[in-house]
Design a protein around this ligand. Sequence first.
Ligand code: BTN
Length: 243
Amino acid sequence: MSSYYKSKIESYDWLEYDEVCSTNDVIKQYYQEYKNIIISAKSQTNGRGRRGRTWSGQSGNLYFTYNVHIKDNCLSQLVCIIGLSMAKTIKSLAENLDVKIKWPNDVLVNGKKISGILLEKIEDSNWAVGIGVNILNSPDLENVVYQATSLKENGIILDRIEFLVYYLKQFMADFDNYNKNGFNQVQENWLKLAYNYQQNITIKNDKSVMSGVFSGLDENGYLLLEENNEIKRVVAGDLFNKI
Ligand code: BTN
């Protein structure tokens, strides 16, 4: 692990490294020392994505992990809040940009992936939220349905740390609102930005491949999939246009 710089962003202690293996691993070394901490890095040598995938770690993009204290049974709600905060942050930089949240929490610009989010448990009720944002580079991805894009490719030039601060402010406002007022408003705003909402989709996960109409989110943040007048609640998986 390379040298680091220490400061604060909002109420979080913040450690910025030149290079780490994965910011999701580094945070696990610090959670006992700091109640709220952000680990960011200029590059990652072993970045990971959801469902065992890798996440490209070239320099120029933003890689960070922060922790959130929330009951484990509210995790799917947290997943929605994070995706929504990320989409709102990107939209606030250029109002006319086509920004969508692809369930559960990928953020797409013009149908291409700009940000990925990986939640991992640190300990009970304390979750690591690992986020990658393509600021300057759009990594070439092989065998994927959704190609990558970057802020730069969409005409937005912004320092990676400036983006981190904007995102964190947005997340803290949204999380605070959720703690005060509950999940309803998140659900409503999330659906306004949802990719493929009310369309035919396919969801693939470890256990099955399911198709139907994406008809909403339930009170837990699970996806509602309607097929032959039957509604299924889907907890995890990858969403595609109907295959
Ligand atoms: C995905 O879309 O599959 C999730 C990608 C998550 C990538 C971020 S980058 C910062 C943090 N450290 C990691 O190793 N992964 C997450």
